[in-house]
Write a protein of this length. Sequence first.
Lengths: 362, 142, 219
Amino acid sequence: MSKDKTLGETLQERGISRRSFLKFCATTASMMALPPSMIPVIASTLEKVRRPSVIWLSFQECTGCTESITRSHSATIEDLIFDTISLDYHHTLQAASGAAAEHAREEAMQENHGNYILVVDGSIPGENNGYSTIAGISNKDMLLDTAAGAAAIVAVGSCAAFGGIPKADPNPTGAVSVSDLIKDKPIVNVPGCPPIPAVMTGVLVQFLTFGLPELDHLGRPAAFYGQSIHDRCYRRPFYDKGLFANSFDDEGARKGWCLFKLGCKGPTTYNACAVTKWNDGTSFPIEAGHPCLGCSEPDFWDAGSFYKALSAPTGAIGKTAVYAGTAGVIAGAALGASLRARKQSAVKSHERVTIDDLDQES
Amino acid sequence: MSANGMPVPDFAASAPCAPPTGNLVPLLHEIRHALTCWLEKGQEHVIDLRGIPLAPGEEDSLLEQLGEGEVKARLSLMGPSVIIETRYPGVWLVTHYSEDENITGRFIEVCEVPAILKSQTDDIRTGLERLEDQLSNAEATV
Amino acid sequence: MTDTEFLLWVRGPAFNTAVFIMCAGLVIRFLEILLLGRKADLAEARGSAAAGGLRTMVMRFIPDAGSFQRSGFTVVSGYIFHIGLFIVIFLFVPHILVFEAATGLNWPGLPSNIVDAANVVTMLALLGVLIHRIKDPVMRMLSGFGDYLVWFVTFLPLLTGYLAFHRVGLSAPMLIGLHILSVEILMILFPFTKLSHAFTLWMARWYNGAIAGYKGVRS
């Protein structure tokens, strides 16, 4: 594996014309919502990038993120870039396994110490390290060990970024996120369940071209997670006009009205779904008629029902009100009775003033 | 069309309609301004259509208005790309597709000719090496 | 605590607590008033108490000419912010969903931008009311801590609602969470402050009307 060639040289070797490379840079700039004037910048920077070593660790995950990122279309430049980034370790994708694979990982870590990118998907059992192991090494140990020599860490998917579904109540494995365990390295969170494939590759391209991207308060790249679904949703005019679907497949739903009443978490979810969409820009959940689940936000599995509106309380309010009323009746009756008793005793002990009393005072 | 004998609803007919964005005319004005700048100062301008919110149907309306001129080029660049000079010379429509014909990018370029249409220096250099190889092989076999 | 955890907490246990305190508190207040009882009117009835009570409950919505002349500003601004509160609370679809969750009842709402405008008008009216309360010497003398507190807990949900709707300043979960929290504070204080007038006014109007009706006079 030669790590001396630049990306430009590698693409040339593979017979990819510069025209094709320019096409990729143009479509990438468009996807990252950068102005067309940035296309030459992306091109000149990317082609000079030397194949960075990437180690991909998969922990407690469903492999959806790996599927999403590899499940593109046909062979594209993104796939090539992944080939050329020298993916030194990915235990789902690689052919080797067991001791040989771990040896390869350690070798890559040593050779590129301080320079490799660590990509993580899946959550990590924080305490009991026997819940999830690879080649006899616990997830937590492997993460801490590999992170020590990494230049930066990309936590792909909601599990790695925030804990995801393993962390959902009751969290039997004590799952935590990457940022819960690593405190001394730059971490880029790319959440989503799974993240949009174009976003995953876009983050990597952005990272290679411009270095660490601007991150929001949850460590997500602002370029892709800066806007909420609600702010870019094409159904927003219906929300503003107060036109909502009341149930699935009712008249409002068929007219494409807002799905707020059906539990849409769009207002509190930050992701690129409404703009970049899925399956090469085909559609996204709301456009398909299903309310947003909020899958790129922390703890979205435990955030109240997917089908309960954001403004509605999550508890059984009707019952609470009845209990409160009952308690109020009891307390009120007792209070009222005691007040009445006080009033009656006041009346009883009321001393009437007689003429004689008045005379005495004069 | 039906599957398993059950009628399949016509989704296109019941597709939800979105209100128009009103971005069509401003876009055309931007193109007009870009053409003026090119004539006066030779300045090129690129518009990323993906970055402009357009309701369904508005993009088609825009492309219809721009129309097709004298030049149509189809490029094979890991998926096709189609470059059309619109009915307004100097206004080019560049559409990039992935290998399975999904649109990955669409730009309007106001220039003499879009940069991607021109032959690239690196590619010319690689091609020259190939030609030199071929010639030296041909001479060797003679 | 993350933004999401905060939002979940205000939508969950905090809301439950607020509903409990508000409902129990209101029932206690009602019973307190009712069980204290009233002295029986031993005179002979000269008119219908019930008719008087019912009539007064409705007619008191119309201000009498005297109070209009004496404190026109209070009357007008009072009408504006009460009507505004009604629109904002009961005719905004996300709020209607809260009532539906509690009672199962549903009704149509107004377009959200109209509710937004009503919110702004209500906030302005409330600010005007506060300024009047501070500047007018009689009002200033009459006002106590409770009056200012009640103004504040009424204004806060309107302000946080505006910020949440326009998504200004903080993250969306935080804005919505703060709004719901401000409503919970209002709900908890409701039965124990003058705010309870929203529920007790019906009793007050009834009794005033019934007493007068029994005597055969207009109330």
